[in-house]
Ligand binder design. Structure first.
Ligand code: DAH
Length: 339
């Protein structure tokens, strides 16, 4: 009987290494150790043994059982590990992008307009200076000579954090910051975002972009203003572009004007873009008001200056034939990939 047991052990242990799946392994377990298994059958026959033989054979039987169980358990762990490794290998997610799907990316149309303007103005000796979008109310209004009862100060028009702090409604705030920090000669432009309480539609947005300009020096006149802005328009929109200055009113400039440029779509003939007028309005401008100079620590008897502020969103829409302002801010990559 002992030999029978040892034979079962040897035979079983020889079969196990070749097993590759858990089902087969379990079949062996059932065949040998199961209720109707080979080993179980022998153990059942132990009742027939003599008193002396019984413990000896019992011990051998237990050893055989343990050896087989251990071999099966080891093999089971090995197979399970193999299955898991295989799964991990086949289910790996490739997080790298292949060459073809890499998008090259390019400047947003608005920023193309800004960099074109920065090129034009820096070639004329202007420096670029940016100001904060969260601004002191006094820089947005008081220092710019805006009367205390002016409707643009209203909470329905301007985003206030509190009485003193707001989202700037115009880049003209940078004029104040520049003059307070620097003595003339001053020659700066400042592009950036501005905010006003507007409902969003195809032509309005509570966020839009402006580019501000400021020149302060001795003997600066309206001729400097006109020459500079006319040159800018010709470089931006084409050398045949003509400019027209219409009188206007701003609190921080005196005299003030708005400048129109020949429509670059129809070249002045009249079209949908310019609503048949042949011109499009480009910017507001004027000679810096003496009060503004004085409030910013510059003597208006010694110095004079001109300033201008142009909207960049409508200009960009015209330039690229974009019909809905919202597209500029949507981050829609399909729209942007056209440019
Ligand atoms: N800040 C004005 C606006 O938002 C634009 C402007 C007009 C700026 C005249 C100027 C200026 O610097 O001189 O409508």
């Amino acid at each position: 009987m002992k030999q029978q047991l040892l034979d079962i052990q040897q035979k079983t242990l020889e079969r196990i290494p070749a097993i590759t799946d858990l089902k087969e392994l379990d079949n062996i377990r059932v065949e040998v150790l199961g209720k109707k298994g080979e080993l179980t059958a022998i153990l059942k026959g132990m009742g027939k043994l003599s008193q002396e033989e019984r413990p000896i054979i019992g011990k051998v039987a237990n050893e055989v059982k343990e050896a087989i169980e251990e071999a099966i358990a080891k093999k089971k762990t090995a197979i399970e590990k193999e299955v898991l490794d295989e799964k991990l290998k086949s289910q790996t997610i490739d997080i790298t992008l292949d060459e073809e799907t890499k998008l090259p990316g390019h400047a947003h149309p608005l920023y193309r307009t800004i960099s074109e303007l920065v090129d034009i103005f820096t070639s004329m000796g202007f420096a670029v200076s940016e100001g904060p979008e969260i601004e002191w109310a006094k820089y947005n209004f008081d220092y710019l000579n805006v009367p205390s009862n002016h409707p643009s100060r209203d909470e329905g028009d301007t985003f206030y954090f509190n009485e003193d702090v707001l989202l700037r409604t115009q880049t003209s705030t940078v004029q104040v910051r520049t003059m307070q920090n620097k003595k003339p000669p001053i020659k700066v432009i400042s592009p950036g975002k501005v905010y006003r309480f507007d409902e969003i539609d195809a032509t309005h947005s509570p966020l839009f972009h402006q580019l501000e300009g400021l020149v302060v020096d001795k003997n600066i006149t309206m001729a400097d203003l006109k020459g500079t802005l006319d040159y800018m328009a010709k470089r931006l929109l084409g050398s045949e572009t003509k400019t027209v200055f219409r009188p206007h009113q701003f609190y921080f400039t005196e005299p003030s004007a708005e400048m129109d440029a020949t429509c670059f779509v129809c070249k002045g003939k009249g079209c949908r873009t310019c609503k048949g007028t042949g011109y499009i309005e480009l910017l507001g401008c004027g000679m810096v008001h003496p009060n503004v100079l004085r409030q910013c620590g510059i003597d208006p008897d010694e110095y004079s200056g001109f300033a201008f502020g142009m909207g960049l969103d409508r200009l960009t829409m015209f330039k690229y034939g974009i019909t809905d302002l919202r597209l500029l801010f949507s981050g829609d990559s399909e729209f942007l990939s056209q440019f």
